[in-house]
Write a protein that binds this ligand. Structure first.
Ligand code: NAD
Length: 298
C-alpha cells in the first residue's frame, strides 16, 4: 500500500483518486474548491487542508489540474511542493499542459533532486471512472517503473513516451490529429449531405474504406450510426469542444516553440475557437458539424 497525495479533485481527479482508494492505497486529497474535497471524501479520499498537507510524507504526489499555470503554481511557485517533498517521493503530473510549463517543472525537479514524471492521459471522464485511461509518461524510466502499479490501477495502458516532457508532447500531437480528423469527418459528411447522398451510405463507406478513423467509427458526428456516439444524445459530451480548443491551442504553442509547421492544426483550432465563441463550448467536439453545415457558401 502506498501513501499518495492527489491534488486537483475535479472531473478527472475525483474518479482517479477514488480508484486508487479502491485498490487499497491511502490517498490524501486537496482541491481549492471545498465541495470537491467533500465529494472525493465520500469516495474514501482523506481530506487535506492544503496541498502541502496532502503531500506531507507521501510516496507519490499526483497533480490533475486545469492548465500549466496551476501546475507551476502548485509544484514550484506558490505551494512549492517540489521543494517541500523529500527525494524519496515521486511526483506525477497528469494534467494536460503546455510544453513550456512541463519543461519548467522538470527543471525545478532536477534542482530539488525530486523524480518527476509528466504523464497526461487520454480516455476522458468515462475512462477515469472505469479505470481504462491511457497514460503517456515522460521522464526518468526508473521513476516511471515505480509509478507503473498506480498507472495500471487508474488505467489500462501505459505508454513510455521517452524523457522529460515526452508525455505531454505525444498527447498534444495525438489530440491535434484528433481535432483535425473530426473537422475532416464533419466536412466530408456535410459535403455528402449537401450532395444529396443518404447518411447511412456515407457512414457505411467512410467507416469501412480509406477514410475510416476514430472520429467516424467511434464518435460519428451524425446520429443513428454509432450507438455510443454523443451525436445520439444531443451532443452531450464525450469530450467537450472547450477541451479540444485547449488542446489545439497547446499544439499551436508547441508548433511555435519547435518551429514545426501545423497549418491544418491551426485551421482546426480557429474553427473550434469560432464554435466555442458562437455556439456551445460544453457540447461534444463532434457538434462542430452543425456549424460547418451552417457555413454553407453561396
Ligand atoms: P477540472 O477543472 O474538472 O479539475 C481541475 C481541478 O483542479 C478543479 O477541481 C480545481 O478546483 C482544481 N484546482 C485548481 N487550482 C488548484 C490548486 N492550486 N490547488 C488544488 N486544486 C486546484 O478539470 P478536469 O476535467 O478534471 O481536467 C484536469 C486535467 O486533465 C486538465 O489538464 C484537462 O485538460 C485534462 N484532461 C481532461 C479530460 C476530460 O475529459 N475532462 C480528458 C483528458 C485530459
Amino acid at each position: 500500500m502506498a501513501r499518495i497525495a492527489f491534488i486537483g479533485l475535479g472531473n478527472m481527479g475525483k474518479p482517479m483518486s477514488a480508484n486508487l482508494v479502491k485498490a487499497g492505497h491511502e490517498v490524501r486529497g486537496h482541491d481549492i474548491v471545498e465541495s470537491k474535497i467533500e465529494d472525493a471524501a465520500r469516495r474514501g479520499v482523506l481530506p487535506a487542508a492544503s496541498n502541502r498537507e496532502a503531500a506531507e510524507g507521501a510516496d507519490f504526489v499526483f497533480t490533475m489540474l486545469p492548465t500549466g499555470r496551476e501546475v507551476r503554481e502548485v509544484l514550484v511557485d506558490v505551494d512549492r511542493i517540489l521543494d517541500f517533498v523529500g527525494d524519496r517521493t515521486i511526483v506525477v503530473d497528469s494534467s494536460t499542459t503546455d510544453l513550456e510549463s512541463t519543461d519548467y517543472i522538470h527543471k525545478a525537479a532536477v534542482k530539488h533532486g525530486v523524480a518527476l514524471v509528466d504523464s497526461p492521459v487520454s480516455g476522458g471522464m468515462s475512462g477515469a471512472e472505469a479505470a481504462t485511461l491511457t497514460f503517456m509518461a515522460g521522464g526518468d524510466p526508473a521513476a516511471i517503473d515505480r509509478a507503473e502499479p498506480l498507472f495500471t490501477v487508474m488505467g489500462r495502458k501505459l505508454v513510455r513516451a521517452g524523457g522529460p516532457s515526452a508525455g505531454q508532447a505525444v498527447k498534444v500531437c495525438n489530440n491535434m490529429l484528433l481535432g483535425i480528423s473530426m473537422v475532416g469527418a464533419c466536412e466530408a459528411l456535410a459535403l455528402g449531405e449537401a450532395a444529396g447522398v443518404d447518411r447511412q451510405v456515407l457512414f457505411d463507406v467512410m467507416s469501412t474504406s480509406t477514410g475510416s478513423c476514430w472520429s467516424i467509427n467511434h464518435n460519428c458526428p451524425i446520429p443513428g450510426m454509432v450507438p455510443t456516439a454523443p451525436a445520439n444524445n444531443d451532443y452531450q459530451p464525450g469530450f467537450t469542444a472547450r477541451l479540444m480548443l485547449k488542446d489545439l491551442s497547446l499544439a499551436r504553442e508547441a508548433a511555435l516553440k519547435t518551429g514545426a509547421a501545423t497549418p491544418l492544426g491551426e485551421h482546426a483550432r480557429a474553427l473550434y475557437e469560432k464554435f466555442c465563441e458562437e455556439r456551445d463550448s460544453e457540447l461534444d467536439f463532434s457538434a462542430v458539424i452543425g456549424m460547418l453545415r451552417d457555413m454553407r457558401q453561396g
